[in-house]
Design a binder for this molecule. Structure first.
Ligand SMILES: [Zn+2]
Length: 469
């Protein structure tokens, strides 16, 4: 994410639901009785204890939804294919607001209850560990947002001409039932039906449109595993540009009410900027490219939604905005393809994306990365740590700017050859997965052959200015 204003996209209210009840079910292999237990209501993130859920791993989401902007009504069916990671008597999905009418598990009607932002599903019989199961949730209602006092607001907002679903660290649960944490990445097929004449944009490869009775269905599919906060839905009156870039679909869209001289030039450089970053970070990790510029001023940030970042309107007002395009496209490697394990590691996303702004500026004939480093180093508040910045600090300057300083200092310490070899090794080895800071340090030491733990201790966690390498 990039913020130009203080506004950041949000987090859900934390609702504690203890999952302790167990029951003894059918005998397992060898005649041993199987104890089925309730899946946890959180995936185990220290900053956000109720984000995500335990007991299963989602393989794919299939969403078939209809949205009527006039009445702000969203409804449809979510089909979720998952693998049990424990013997489950019941399990949770995250869902904010909306009314669930029916839930089935493997085609059989299942019990469902709402406990705050948790949807608790009790299948007719227990789910065995390692078994694959399919959940269908029928739901409808007026979607909303999630707010937190320290992180702002994100989620589904109704706009003048449609809607925008967007937000970090949590937003997906405002428009579909989901295991809402980056640790459970999955593939997505999204079908969204909107009034004829409006565009409905989302992640991944476009699957075409079909129109009947005044409604148009847009199809999108993302085959690479995607973290839930990287999903988006943007509905409205947009100038949509579709083509191919490097043999893959590229779809950019700019809100029709914005002048064509405003953000369209930056969107037109999307492929070129991605190609430049690929020379540094390794092959572009996804099957499609793109970007979406919205006009709604409530979106005061840009977010690296997978394969198709969403940009708030403010970025293109004072300059070309290419720096923010470089930032969000860098996230396609750092954050999207290689996702964080826990939110305390968010510098692995933002430090590299912020550094990419400097790299692009230098590449495009502007200031050097070294000059940006020197300026930023001189004005940094070193009392704020970059690694493990605290829940309220995940969008802080220490994560973004001190993170970029750390990346450049690492480059100076190990040299360009080792540095860029490390970046390409990291993005290749962790592609489509999750990673921690400790893993990054280990790969850095292995690739460069240097002992780097003291370096990272100083630059990520120290509270005084480290010496410039
Ligand atoms: Zn970012």
């Amino acid at each position: 994410m990039t913020t130009r204003t203080a506004r950041a996209a949000g987090a859900a209210a934390l609702v504690a639901v203890l999952a302790t009840s167990g029951c003894t079910g059918l005998p397992g292999a060898g005649g041993t009785p199987v104890t089925f237990e309730a899946g946890a209501d959180g995936i185990g993130d220290p900053y956000f204890p109720t984000y995500g859920n335990g007991g299963y791993d989602v393989v794919s989401y299939g969403l078939k939804l209809r949205y009527d902007p006039a009445g702000d009504q969203l409804g449809g069916t979510a089909t979720i294919t998952a693998t049990a990671t424990a013997d489950l008597s019941r399990f949770n999905l995250d869902l904010v607001g909306l009314t669930v009418s029916e839930v089935t598990v493997d085609g059989t009607v299942a019990g469902h209850a709402r406990e705050g932002d948790e949807l608790v599903i009790t299948p007719e019989s227990g789910l065995r560990r390692d078994s694959r199961f399919v959940v269908e949730v029928d739901y409808a209602g007026t979607p909303g947002t999630v707010r937190s006092p320290d992180l702002g607001e994100g989620g589904f907002i109704n706009t003048d001409d449609g809607a925008i679903a967007l937000g970090q660290p949590e937003s997906a649960s405002t428009w579909f039932p989901v295991n809402d944490h980056p640790l459970d990445k999955a593939t997505y097929d999204i079908e969204i039906t909107v009034p004829e004449g409006l565009s409905a944009l989302s992640n991944g490869v476009p699957g075409g449109t079909s129109t009947a009775d005044g409604w148009t269905t847009w199809k999108w599919s993302e085959r690479a595993p995607m973290a839930s906060y990287l999903t988006t839905l943007v509905i409205g009156d947009y100038r949509v540009s579709s083509g191919t870039h490097a043999g893959k679909p590229i779809v950019t869209a700019v809100a029709a009410e914005l002048p064509t001289t405003y953000a369209d030039p930056a969107m037109a450089r999307t492929g070129e900027i991605a190609d430049y970053l690929a020379t540094l970070f390794g092959p572009y990790p996804f099957d499609s490219y793109g970007g979406i510029v919205v006009a709604d001023s409530r979106i005061g940030y840009a977010l690296e939604t997978q394969s198709r970042p969403v940009y708030g309107p403010s970025f293109f007002r004072r300059d070309t905005g290419e720096w923010v395009v470089a930032h969000e496209l860098a996230h396609q490697w750092f954050g999207d393809s290689v996702s964080i394990h826990h939110w305390r590691d968010i510098w692995l996303n933002e430090g590299f994306a912020s550094y990419a702004e400097w790299l692009w500026e230098e590449h495009d004939g502007g200031r050097t990365a070294q000059a940006n480093f020197a300026d930023e180093y001189a004005q940094t508040d070193w009392s704020q740590p970059t690694g493990d910045p605290g829940r309220s600090g995940i969008f802080s300057r220490a994560v973004y700017k001190r993170g970029a300083l750390t990346v450049h200092a690492l480059r100076r310490t190990v040299g360009d050859d080792a540095f860029f070899r490390l970046l390409k090794t990291w993005t290749a080895e962790k592609r489509d997965g999750n990673a921690t800071t400790a893993e990054f340090v280990a790969v850095a030491e292995r690739v460069t052959g240097k002992s780097l733990r003291p370096f990272f201790d100083d630059w990520l966690y120290g509270t005084t200015a480290p010496p410039v390498p």
